[in-house]
Design a protein around this ligand. Structure first.
Ligand code: BLA
Length: 872
């Protein structure tokens, strides 16, 4: 077979045309666009046909690099790559189909690459085949953009409804086959199958994968399916050569999803240098530089710069989500003069809706070569069934047309986003932006993903270390506070007074405690009254069982907080007990700040029309929001620590309360017993008095029946003694106290009784200090002593013919009490106390026994009557 001359193409009539033989004017007259390039890809000439197809004028493009500068969507292995390998082989002779996404309108064309007879000159011929639509969904968006009329606010949650995992199409850089995971029979293929196979797809339907793909690769797929190692986003990647394209290298990626084996094939660069494929060494060095980063900011700066160098994007951003899924560009590396620096800007959560975030949590990365490319539909074969193919993990899934519209509004064409997962959470995205279409080689994509993972790990390390250090300090402080708590029952004092207080925790401006309605505050806090109102509100607002509350914008939750927003916009509160009587509080001051949004965050979406209900905002102009009433938020671990401390306090408070309750119970019981005892004793005293009086009366009665004077006397005396004891009991019963009696009164009553008993012929005069209280025992003894002495006086001082006059006095002296009994008789005989004197024996014995019992002494004198003085 004879090779056709390289410089020949077919004209519209199918006639063979020798391009080298045609004059520039003749080239201009051809329907095809004819472009002459030099070996470097720079434009040497640009025909009229080329100008009318592309919309560029010859003067604007001559001298510029066709693939890189003029039509960057062709700067891919399947176009520019073919040119490069043709030159390398020394034989450029390629014919293939290519779809230009925006030419000014999408165009399917046949491309010829030929060497000219002139050395260093190459032909690129573009023959239009078909003006085509942009793809159904993209057209819907474009129509909605054109017709947009409504201006009312739109619900941003509409964005979340788009099922982005089943777009039904892929990007044109790859060819896709989806086969049944069990049988490996091909069920679905992408419509561009002829880029890779000599087939329009009909012949592929139902065939086994091994009939079209290399046996080695299919064996690995089979093993992967059997082992379940190709699921959940795990991929099999391999460079392969296909029987249908023996000269070309392909990059094959396979994975399993929902019972389908999905294989994506894309033409790989011939040489690593052709499209700047990253080498393992470059990747390794970048990781080393990243490891050296000390802070989060530094790590973000380094990774953005390294990834930009590797991928060649004009800008690479590190985008970090906040707790509400709004985001901020925290680092940006970009070419000088980049259109729109985004660093420091915030973006509302609706820019990356929930279903997209969920997908990015699973699938690592997305690369878009050309935002304006025409999506390639997936074609279902006979046995495919109706279900759409789930492209969650497909490398070449077409992105949401609404998002592509967003990119257009942002001025971005080629793009990338790689998920940054820290501790299992979607922490952020590594975002690449390019104004023109931008191809990134597979090795570079892999390297970028590795670097992003390395960054995620560094973030984890840095944040974990910072948190660890901070938590250690806090645990230490908490430890000191808890030790303080265990040493006292006054927890308020333990936490608010001394060298370590609540104020040392959580980097706050003020802290305090509400304990059973009492407020104790330290540092900068709202007033007591405001704190009490806050505590009431918390008690009401917090569901039962939720022990703590935190906010970084108190006034928006608790309106009265507006009055003290400056001191307490941030609040961390932890209840101590289930009854919510005790509350620990920490306050953070307002941090007035301005937040710069990339566009007005209140209008993240605008109304679309038709099937496209919402569209992204058009403007990304800086929109500055002044934030008042907002403090630095408390971290989750700080909330947990506050709860822990509250639990420790609960231990102390409950302990204290239990102790007080126990003591109160004891006291009540004791008082009850005392009262009972009092009652009982008084009752007994009463009864004893009664009994003694009865005994005394009885003795007195008996005395009358006795004739023997000595016996009569003895009866009379005994009756007097019994009487005196009865008197003391009576006094006890009369008095409020059971312990003490009024001695003066007791003796007074006693003397009257004795005088009465003796028949009233004697006179007893009493002087007594009023209110002289003596213990019961002493009173009994002194009463008995008084009884003896008075009775003796009656007996000896008086005679049968005259009564005696007895002086009794009761007074307080320094050592206790003095009882004095004097009579007007003749005084005592010299042997009165030896017991030989008549009648004195038993009486004086009793007196002595009584004196001994109360440790008292007696003095006796004749003045001239007998005078006894007892000191007790
Ligand atoms: C996706 N939105 C995205 C993505 C980014 C952003 C990075 C990931 C897609 C990708 O990999 O390219 C947003 N891009 C940003 C932001 C910055 C940036 C914030 O460069 C700032 C630095 N988006 C909207 C609205 C809707 C919307 C109004 O603004 C819906 C009506 C949707 N965004 C949307 C959807 C996706 C998306 C559906 C998923 C795209 C996909 O993966 O298919």
């Amino acid at each position: 077979m004879i090779d056709p001359p390289h410089n020949r193409i077919q004209d519209v009539l199918g006639k063979s045309v020798d391009l080298d033989a045609l004059s520039p004017e003749a080239l201009d007259r051809l329907d095809q666009g004819v472009i002459a390039l030099d070996a470097a890809g720079r434009v040497l000439s640009f025909s009229e046909g080329a100008a009318s197809l592309s919309g560029f004028s010859a003067s604007a493009v001559v001298g510029r690099h066709y693939f890189r500068d003029i039509v960057p969507s062709t700067n891919v292995p399947s176009f520019h790559g073919r040119f490069l390998s043709g030159l390398r082989r020394g034989r450029l002779d390629e014919t293939f189909e290519f779809v230009f996404g925006r030419m000014p309108q999408p165009l399917r064309a046949r491309i010829h690459l030929r060497a000219s007879a002139t050395p260093g000159r190459y032909w690129l011929v573009i023959a239009a085949l078909e003006n085509i639509g942009a793809g159904r969904s993209r057209e819907a968006v474009m129509a909605a953009v054109g017709r947009r009329v409504r201006a009312e606010p739109v619900d941003p949650s509409l964005c979340e409804r788009e099922p982005i995992h089943i777009p039904g199409s892929i990007q044109p850089n790859a060819v896709m086959l989806a086969a049944d995971a069990e049988t490996l029979a091909i069920l679905v293929h992408s419509a561009n199958i002829s880029d890779v196979f000599d087939d329009d797809g009909t012949a592929l339907d139902g065939r086994h994968l091994s009939e079209v793909l290399p046996a080695g690769f299919v064996a690995l797929v089979q093993a992967g399916v059997a082992a379940g190692s190709l699921e959940d986003g795990r991929l099999l990647r391999q460079a392969v050569t296909l029987a249908s394209r023996p000269d070309d290298r392909f990059y094959a990626v396979a994975h399993v999803r929902s019972g389908r084996v999905i294989v994506e094939l894309e033409r790989a660069p011939d040489r690593p240098d052709d499209f700047g494929s990253a080498t393992p060494l470059e990747t390794e060095l970048a990781v080393v530089r990243l490891r050296g980063a000390e802070s989060l900011d530094e790590a973000a700066r380094i990774v953005a710069s390294e990834i930009r160098i590797l991928t060649g994007f004009e800008s690479v951003l590190v985008y970090r989500f906040d707790a509400d899924w709004n985001g901020e560009a925290i680092a940006e590396d970009m070419i000088p003069g980049w259109q729109r620096p985004l660093i420091g800007l915030r973006f509302p959560s609706s820019d990356i809706p929930a279903q997209a975030r969920a997908l990015y949590h699973k699938a690592k990365s997305r690369f878009v070569i050309d935002r304006d490319c025409v999506p390639v539909p997936l074609v279902a074969g006979k046995a495919a069934g109706n279900g759409p193919i789930d492209l969650t993990f497909a490398q070449n899934r077409t992105l949401s047309p609404i998002h592509l519209e967003y990119q257009r509004n942002l001025g971005v064409n080629g793009s990338m986003s790689i998920s940054i997962l820290v501790e299992g959470r979607l922490w952020g995205l590594m975002i690449g932006h390019h104004r023109q279409p931008h191809y990134v080689a597979p090795e570079t994509r892999a390297a970028s993903t590795v670097l992003t993972d390395a960054f995620a790990m560094r973030v984890q390390e840095i944040e974990a270390h910072r948190r660890w250090a901070e938590q250690q300090t806090h645990l230490d402080i908490e430890g000191r506070l808890v030790r303080g708590l265990t040493r006292t029952d006054d927890f308020v004092q333990a936490l608010t007074v001394g060298s370590t207080t609540l104020l040392d925790l959580f980097d706050v401006g003020g802290a305090g405690i509400v304990s059973e309605g009492h407020v104790s505050l330290i540092g900068a806090c709202p007033t007591d009254k405001e704190v009490l109102a806050l505590a009431d509100w918390l008690r009401e607002a917090l569901p039962q069982g939720q022990p703590s509350y935190t906010t970084d914008a108190l006034s928006s939750a608790h309106a009265r907080g507006g009055a003290y927003a400056a001191t307490a916009s941030g609040l961390l509160a932890a209840f101590v007990d289930a009854e919510r009587l005790h509350l620990l509080l920490w306050f953070r001051p307002e941090v007035p700040s301005t937040v710069t949004w990339g566009g007005d965050p209140r209008k993240p979406v605008i109304a679309g029309s038709g099937s496209v209900a919402v569209l992204p905002r058009r403007s990304f102009e800086r929109w500055v929001e002044e934030r008042r009433g907002v403090a630095t938020p408390f971290a989750d671990w700080q909330v947990s620590l506050a709860e822990q401390l509250a639990q420790a306090v609960e231990g102390v408070v409950l302990r204290q309360r239990r102790k007080i309750e126990e003591l109160t119970d004891l006291l009540v019981e004791k008082e009850r017993l005392l009262a009972q005892k009092d009652l009982l004793t008084r009752e007994i005293d009463h009864r004893v008095k009664n009994s003694l009086q009865i005994v005394s009366a009885f003795l007195h009665m008996q005395r009358r029946q006795i004739t023997d004077p000595a016996a009569r006397q003895a009866f009379s005396e005994t009756s007097g003694r019994v009487m005196s004891v009865a008197r003391v009991h009576d006094s006890l019963y009369q008095a409020g106290s059971v312990e003490e009696v009024d001695l003066g009164q007791t003796i007074d009553n006693l003397c009257k009784d004795l005088a009465g008993l003796a028949g009233n012929q004697h006179v007893v005069e009493l002087t007594a200090d009023p209110g002289l209280m003596v213990p019961y025992q002493k009173a009994v003894s002194l009463s008995l002593i008084a009884t003896e002495l008075v009775t003796n006086a009656f007996k000896y001082a008086g005679g049968p013919e005259r009564g005696a006059r007895v002086n009794v006095s009761v007074s307080a002296v320094e050592s206790g009490v003095k009882l004095k009994v004097c009579d007007d008789g003749e005084g005592l005989p010299p042997d009165w106390d030896t017991g030989k004197a008549k009648g004195t024996g038993l009486g004086m014995k009793l007196v002595r026994a009584m004196l001994d019992q109360i440790n008292a002494r007696i003095e006796v004198e004749n003045v001239p009557g007998a005078c006894f003085v007892v000191y007790a």
